[in-house]
Every structure is written in structure tokens, then in C-alpha cells.
Design a protein around this ligand. Sequence first.
Ligand code: SP5
Ligand code: ZN
Length: 355
Amino acid sequence: MKILHNPTTLQHRTRELVGARLIDAYESPERLTSILTALHANPCYEITEVATDLDAATAAAAKVHTAEYLAHVGTIFESWLAEGMVEPDGCVLPECFPVIRLGGNKTRQPRDLAARVGYYAFDMSTGISRETYASAIASADLARRGAELLATQNDEVGGLVFSLCRPPGHHCQTNLMGGYCYLNNTAIAVRTLLDSLPNPDEQVSILDLDFHHGNGTQSIFYSQRNPCYVSIHGEDEYPYFTGSPEETGEGEGEGYNLNLPLPIEMGDFDNYRPRLHEAVAKIRSVRTRWLVVSLGFDTFVGDPVGKFQLERENYEEMGAIVGGMGLPTLVVLEGGYVVEELGNNCLAFLRGLEK
Ligand code: SP5
Ligand code: ZN
């Protein structure tokens, strides 16, 4: 297995609105440090450190996100700073959102710098600090490289790559950030894989195991047959307005989007396991050549942002079930906020995956 890390992903640090309070975001650099520490302590694993390939990452991101959106993420902090709207160590957050019920027809990017932030965001947990873009593009680049390695050096990497992405990506749509996500790392990896698919009849499949529904990944590929998107997530939980089983894809994509929501009272592994087998059955039923796992550990008991009750040993079985498909697999890190246990949960998953 190849594990990819880029130290630039550690730079981004921001704040989020939880209830009435603006707090340090749960999505912190310490999350990644917890994983790095656990991996370093285990002689089975070697971490490959890379620097951002800005040209390649930008080109790959441009296949998923609009040019206007990428320019926004890359420049809005400096624009606010120049106008004295934010402190150098502060973070940019939206104030007004273009929700459908407003009923206007102004669909272009607003000139007003405050309005513009809301135009490109769907919540207030996705602050933009000075280092956000550098970390987000570094994170996307790890996913892109992981895909490239899987496509070109499958045997050398043993058919498994783990991209230590941060910030996460699965809530981010083509031109809409949210849920701590600025660029959709998984979608960027999938795009890279689709571009190298030798046989167009073969499939790329996405298995999204984060506690939250991956609205961004779903929306990006909703009207395509390829990739197939499968998600297990908390029913009626954040992002609240997506993730129902009736969302099955549209047009050529009909039947290639599978949502498997689980009520939070059924969030232990005895209830989770059958859903995971359903997901695996779907992925087996299409001709999957490459699997991309959007892996969140916010399904862990006691997670401050998720509400399932999985335990550490469950991640080993989860990894074994995923690995049991025997597919070349790219794992992309998404959420997981019990920082002290994140590294151990990650090791458990990898142990199972490699079985
Ligand atoms: C990648 C990812 O896991 N993003 C998740 C973002 C969720 N943000 C808002 C969740 C709101 C849940 N309620 C807060 C309860 C505070 N104890
Ligand atoms: Zn999540």
C-alpha cells in the first residue's frame, strides 16, 4: 500500500458556527497529526511525502470545479483582507445565501465581496483562512496523485493507495463549498481515473463511508453512468436536504446513484454491516475496475459531529469487507473528529483492508 501525505495540508485552520457560537472548527490540523503519529509508530507503514504539483492539481481541479469558483476560493481571503473585512489570522464566512425561495433571477457572481461568499457556500462551517486555498489544492493533489498511481503503477502499490487528504471534499459541489469542504478531492481522483479508463464499459465506483451524505460527489456525477456512487450515512442528518434513497441518478446516470441512509439509533455495527454488504453488492453488480473510498471516521461512537456508534474494532471488519472485493482501491480521507482515536481507527481500517 502507498500512503500519500503533503505537509501543506496541515496549514489550514479555521472557525465554524455551531449553534450561536463561533468556535475552532472540528476539522483541525490535529486530526491529521493523530493519523500521522499512529502510522509513524507502526513499522508496517511508510508515508510518502510529496509537495503540491500546482499545475497538475489546478488542471485536475478545473475538470470538476468552475474556473470562477476556483478563482473565488483562491482569492477571496486576500480580497477581504485588502478591504479590512477580516484580520490576517481570521476567516471569511458567508452572511447571505441565494436560497431558491428568494425567487430572484440574479444567478451571476455578486460584485459585493460579502455577498459573493454566500453565493459559493451552503453553510457556515466552511470558513476561509489565509492558508485555506494552499491546503485545499494540496489535498486535491494528493487525491489526484493517488488516482494516477493506481492507474499507472497498480502492481508497485499493491493495488492500494491511501491519500491523507485534508481539508475533506465530499460535500463540495462544482461551485459550492460546505461541510469543511472546498474542493472535491474524491471527485477529482475519480475524474483522473475516468480519463485513464482503458475500456469505457468498465466502471469506477465510489463508496462513501463518511457519516454524512456526500452531496457534493453525488451532484457532480448525478447524470453520468460512470462513476457509480454508493453512500451509507446518517438518515436526516447533515447536510439534511440530500441523501434519500429516491435520489437514484438522472438521465444516463439513472440507477448509478445509491443512497443507503441509516437511522442514527441503528448506528452500531450490527445494523451497519448489512448496509455495507448492500453497498458491496451494488459495486460488484457493475463492472468496477477501480474503487474510490471516501472514508470518514465520524461514524465513531462519541464523534462530536456524527451520531453513529461504531467502535475501533468495527473499522477492521469494515476494511476487510471493502478489501474483500479485491479491487484496486484508492482511499481518500474525509471526516472523523474524535482526534485522540482517529489514528487508531485509521490503523484498524488499514489492517482490515490489507487482510
Ligand atoms: C467532511 C465532514 O464530515 N463534514 C461534516 C460537516 C458537518 N457540519 C455541521 C454538523 C452539525 C451537527 N450539529 C452539531 C452538534 C454539535 N455538538
Ligand atoms: Zn462527515
